[in-house]
Write a protein that binds this ligand. Structure first.
Ligand code: FAD
Length: 381
């Protein structure tokens, strides 16, 4: 009898983590990705101690920590006056109290390390899933290039416009939140030359908008900002469009000189719609299961969306290791029972955009260790 096979659709941060963790748990896993390659796109990302503890299992924790920046604090400041609203201790405090480092890193650098953790030959590029059929005994997948694959179970890690979510729940566009995000990377040397004194990890806030800014490398040769700005409708085609410095100066009129300096120093700025969905009524059906943005997309203001996708992957691997693939149905139930509450809570806080604005205790997020969490069959995560 051939070994039972898992197919993962999507090799984003969630799919890559799920694939590598399921492989380490002994399963036969193939990952199918629609892109024909990954490039170092211009964005940064936070990885909290809750995720770094998962990267420890994948053998990439040290590499992520070495490559990325490790801020001593998350600072929240009044966008106009510059007054400090909060100084959330990270750095040594995070390593000691939460059990791992807090890292900000270039998204492409992180993704590359995660992809390298997959078994060679198991990631298949240029495979856009178009059709999926669960016949009760297995799942048939058809890709845009006409090739097919049969698997015992399928994991939908295919992002906010998930084809697997559509197979489970029918077609439905995500909600446009009414906010856009501007993103830009700025060479550290440009900021130095302009005399702009930046802080390693800081969020500048006013009532309805903000700018989050941080280093993406340990050498501090790259700085990144990402915003949240109200915008009535996403009237553009595609996932993102170029934005101008003028438009940003207008959106951030009255903001602190450091913010003005960052905008003036940005050569290439992109603008993204912020999308989300209401919590889904189900996470799996038959032989198909969802994780990450396919399952619980959120506005990115807590910097935990990818973290939840990676935690999902870790929990799914843990539950299937517990039940075995023959009893995947119990494994899927266990997975949802141990993920739904935590993922939904993070989704709600992230959408509300309140995280760390005041001197709150982030231990419930950063201190969480998925491997220490006692599995409950109908328990809250
Ligand atoms: P995705 O990253 O969307 O990956 C899905 C993959 O599936 C893609 O590679 C896609 O090409 C592939 N795919 C899609 N459809 C198909 C198909 N039919 N066939 C085959 N492949 C397919 N999160 C954090 O944790 N920290 C942060 O600092 C942070 N900052 C953010 C800033 C912004 C502006 C935004 C928009 C998001 C941010 N997030 C952050 C959230 C994070 O980016 C997402 O939550 C995360 O990428 C979700 O991972 P995923 O693997 O579920 O989905």
């Amino acid at each position: 009898m051939s070994p039972q096979k898992i197919a993962i659709i999507g090799a984003g941060l969630g799919g890559a983590a799920a694939g590598a963790l399921l492989q380490r748990a002994g399963f036969s896993v193939d990952v199918f990705e629609q892109a024909d390659a990954f490039s170092r796109l211009g964005a940064g990302i936070h990885m909290g101690p809750n995720v770094m503890k998962i990267f420890r299992r994948l053998g990439i924790e040290d590499a992520v920590a070495r490559l990325g920046s490790q801020p001593d604090f998350w600072l929240s400041r009044d966008g106009a006056s510059g007054d400090y609203f909060s100084r959330i201790p990270l750095g040594d405090f995070a390593r000691r109290e939460y059990g791992a480092a807090y890292v900000t890193i270039h998204r492409g650098d992180l993704h590359e390390l995660q992809i390298a953790a997959l078994q060679p030959g198991t990631l298949h590029f240029d495979k856009r899933l178009t059709e999926i059929e669960d016949d009760g005994a297995g799942v048939d997948l058809t890709f845009a290039d006409g090739t097919r694959h049969r698997a015992d179970i399928v994991v939908g890690a295919d992002g906010i416009n998930s084809r697997i979510r559509e197979a489970l729940l029918g077609p439905e566009k995500p909600n446009y939140s009414g906010w856009v995000a501007h993103r830009a990377l700025i060479p550290g040397a440009t900021l130095e030359a302009a005399g702009i004194a930046v802080e390693p990890c800081v969020k500048w806030w006013t009532d309805d908008r903000h700018m989050m800014a941080y280093y993406t490398t340990s050498t501090r040769n790259e700085y990144y900002f990402v915003t949240g700005v109200p915008h009535p409708a996403w009237e553009f085609d595609g996932n993102s469009v170029p934005a101008s410095r003028e438009e940003m100066h207008e959106a951030f009129a009255g903001y602190h000189p450091v913010v003005q300096g960052l905008i003036a120093s940005a050569d290439e700025i992109s603008k993204w719609p912020l999308l989300n969905r209401n919590p889904l009524p189900l996470w799996s059906r038959g032989r198909m299961v969802l994780l990450g943005d396919a399952c619980h997309p959120m506005k990115p203001h807590m910097a935990q969306g990818a973290a939840m996708a990676i935690e999902d992957g870790a929990m799914l691997a843990r539950c299937l290791a517990e039940t075995g693939l023959s009893d995947f149905a119990t494994g899927f139930q266990l997975y949802e029972a141990n993920r739904r509450e935590r993922a939904s809570r993070v989704q709600a806080v992230s959408n509300a955009n309140t995280w760390l604005r005041t001197q709150e205790d982030p231990a419930w997020v950063f201190g969480y260790d998925i491997y220490e969490h006692a599995l409950g069959s109908d328990a809250a995560a």
